[in-house]
Design a protein around this ligand. Structure first.
Ligand SMILES: *Cc1c(COP(=O)(O)O)cnc(C)c1O
Length: 388
């Protein structure tokens, strides 16, 4: 590959830019993970993480991708053959259902519309029919990163409560945590799954899993085989600031720093910044005359925008052209959306000028590749930023 000057633009809805502060923190020498200094770091980390998740009973950390915590969530709380209800409104929701089935659970899928959020009424109707109460958990994705659609967790909680159903509520907040408000305890979530490489601004490699008292209670009788992912063992070690295996120490250094950054900015300001940059992106997309894949404006994601490619144009060819021309990575269309959409990530360590650079790169790419668009998206984005 030829020499590239300047900085690569990593404009994916995860992994996201790792701030220099975090990179520097991660370059520290490895410490003894059985030392007092390590324990002190871990205890502080778990406390600060609890704040970011919205006060769950406990947050578990594993050296894994976020998908690992899909598995941890299921095996710690359920038993082989247990039935779970999954609302499929995107690539990641569908994948979580597949993982559940592979683990020997009976995954019942409600086929949703990928352009819309989770429909709590359909969940309520299904729970109402479950008179024997055999469904043990409801699984949903808070922010569907494949489609750029955010769902309302509280509506699903209300659907479960109104049905007076004992099912656990499990939420994938991989691309919403640290970008969009998430309140584990207030919203009555039982298990929240997340990962390091999105709103938490870290490299990939840490899986996070938050549990409610009810989820911890369920873990005492759940019989799914689990060893590495076992919460009980983790928790006993965590209470003293340790892990039952060699932790990903460098990622933990990075996490201390990224949590400090979120704290310095203030979570409410972090969410407001994401909302503002997301709206800026949507103005640009609309200004170009392109279509946001999310068909419900009130559910448009603050983490990433999925853009439909005009008929007859391949989004991967477009992405490759943008990479080649301006050294920017845009997100690919996942699963059934391959070739049909591209995704602009706007979460993590990002400011107005970085986003404007990214949007300029998209507009330049549209022009350079002959994709039909209206000039002016960039102007609309700028007008919004200046006026708001
Ligand atoms: C990225 C993502 C995942 C998967 O995370 P991995 O770290 O790749 O395992 C799961 N769910 C959502 C919503 C995501 O955005």
């Amino acid at each position: 590959m030829s020499f590239r000057s300047g900085r690569h633009f990593l404009q994916l809805p995860g992994p996201t830019n790792v701030p220099d502060r975090v990179l520097r923190a991660m370059s520290r020498p490895i410490m003894d993970h059985r030392s007092d200094a390590f324990a002190e770091m871990t205890l502080g980390l778990l406390r600060d993480l609890g704040h970011v998740f919205g006060d769950p009973e406990h947050v578990f950390l594993f050296p894994s991708s976020a998908s690992g915590c899909w598995e941890a969530a299921l095996t710690n709380t359920l038993s082989p053959g247990d039935r779970v209800l999954v609302f499929d409104n995107g690539f990641f929701a569908a994948k979580w259902a597949t993982i559940a089935a592979r683990l020997g659970l009976d995954a019942e899928v409600i086929e949703g519309d990928w352009r819309h959020p989770v429909d709590a009424e359909q969940i309520a109707a299904r729970l109402g029919e479950d008179t024997d109460r055999t469904l043990r958990a409801v699984l949903m994705v808070h922010n569907e990163t494949s489609t750029g659609v955010t769902s309302d967790v509280t509506r699903v909680r209300t659907a479960i409560d109104d049905s007076d159903h004992p099912a656990l509520l499990m939420v994938d907040a991989v691309s919403s945590l640290g970008a969009t408000a998430f309140r584990h305890r207030d919203w009555g979530v039982d298990v929240t799954v997340s990962g390091s490489q999105k709103g938490l601004m870290l490299p990939p490699g840490l899986g996070l899993c938050a549990a409610s008292p009810k989820a911890l209670e369920a873990s005492r009788s759940a019989t799914s085989p689990r060893a590495y992912w076992d919460w009980d063992e983790s928790r006993r070690f965590n209470e003293r600031g340790f892990f039952p295996y060699t932790p990903a120490t460098s990622l933990l250094y990075g996490l201390v720093e990224s949590l400090a950054m979120l704290g310095e900015e203030g979570l409410d300001q972090v969410f407001a910044r994401h909302a503002r940059l997301a709206e800026t992106t949507r103005r640009a997309v609309a200004g170009w005359g392109l279509e946001n894949y999310c068909a419900d404006p009130s559910a448009a994601s603050n983490s990433g925008t999925t853009v439909r490619m005009p008929e007859g144009f391949d989004s991967d060819a477009f992405r490759l052209a943008v990479l080649d021309r301006v050294d920017m990575s845009l997100g690919t269309g996942l699963g059934a959306l391959k070739g049909e959409v591209f995704r602009i990530g706007h979460l993590g360590d990002l400011n107005e000028l970085m986003l404007m650079g990214a949007l300029a790169g998209v507009e330049l790419g549209l022009k350079a590749t002959g994709v039909p668009y209206r000039p002016g998206g960039l102007q609309d984005a700028m007008d919004y930023l200046v006026g708001s």
